[in-house]
Design a protein around this ligand. Sequence first.
Ligand code: SF4
Length: 423
Amino acid sequence: MTGRFIANPVLPFCGGCGHGLVVRNTEKALEQLGLSPLDVVLVTDIGCHGLIDSNFTTHTVHGLHGRAVPLAAGIAASLPAGKKVIAYIGDGGAAIGLQHLMEAAHRNFDVTVIVHNNMLYGMTGGQPSSSTPCGFRTPTCPDGKEGRGADLCRWVHAAGAMRCRRVLGKGDFSEAIAEAVAGSGFSLLEVIEYCPSYGAKHNPGRSLDDIVREAGLALENLTNPPAPPCRLAPKTDTGSLLDLEPISREFTSELDRCVSIMLAGSAGEGVQSAAEMFARAAVAAGLSVTKKGTYPVTVGIGYSVAELMLSPRPIQHTAADAPDFVLVTSADGLKYCGPVISRMRSGHLLLDSSLANPATAARVTQLDFRKPSGPRAAALCASAELLRLHQLFPLAALRAEAGRSKHTAKIDVERLLADSKTS
Ligand code: SF4
């Protein structure tokens, strides 16, 4: 089997796997429709079926488990009419991404979803899925599944899909695939098939016809009244990282080694924005910089910590064993940094004067970070004190950056970042 749509005839499935028939029938259907491989985007999910990507000559995109449908919907929404987007998912992916499936059907994205329903998770050893019919046995369900299996066709039809059809994965069902792909709007084609490795072995003597009949799953062909497919206008006003203004080098630095800095304070007190200004200022002074922010998922409460590295040379790593400088502006920050500070054998700890002095072998200096301009400016104030004490790069660079930043609208930057301290 080699043709315009399949470059490699050796399929990556176990012998006799129903997935192979879906692939062959897909190729036949695409040939019948007279499509070019370049007109087709095949989006696959996690599962054995997803191993097929490299066999197809169409565009292929591989998604995360259960997420192939929204990927396909996004692609379809922005493609011109005439292009065809097909999502291959398994019954496991259909269960994991059921909300995506229902939403895509409801909004009528121009996608054909082909569900390889072999009634189990093949790739992970044969666990039952929500579509496994009652009584169907799998390696992890040797007495047969209890309870009804999901009727995907009816569920997705109820969500508004244009076409929902169930077929048995036997022989030539290319006509069903061609019908699903040719139409406009959302189509679901559920192919009931066997996984020889885990399904057939545990259900000897049961044909696909028996299983479907006993499960009460009719070979349905359901439609809804035609509706225009969902298309989304491309956004033209969205910024890109590539549009960022480069930072021009306006200052110089005498720094001759890589130093690491931990800036720790409280959420909502400008720690991350101060670190951002500090990092940009260091770049403006010709240094290489890394910056990493750490805070709880509840971003408005608790600690907020930024870790920076500065070097006159490119930095080839992203973490330092122990910081050279730790700047702490609040009790939240001190609590977070406590273990780091206790491990410091050298370096310099700059601590707000309101905080208790922790046990450490590092040099400790207590200063007023919170008093001069309030808690919102404490992190910026601490950054300035670090530059006054250690001249990593000119304080003027930080002053220039802070003067441009929207985060300092309510801060007297000139006073706070004066070359010599006045308050
Ligand atoms: S494990 Fe089952 S589903 Fe996976 S390739 Fe083998 S037969 Fe097919």
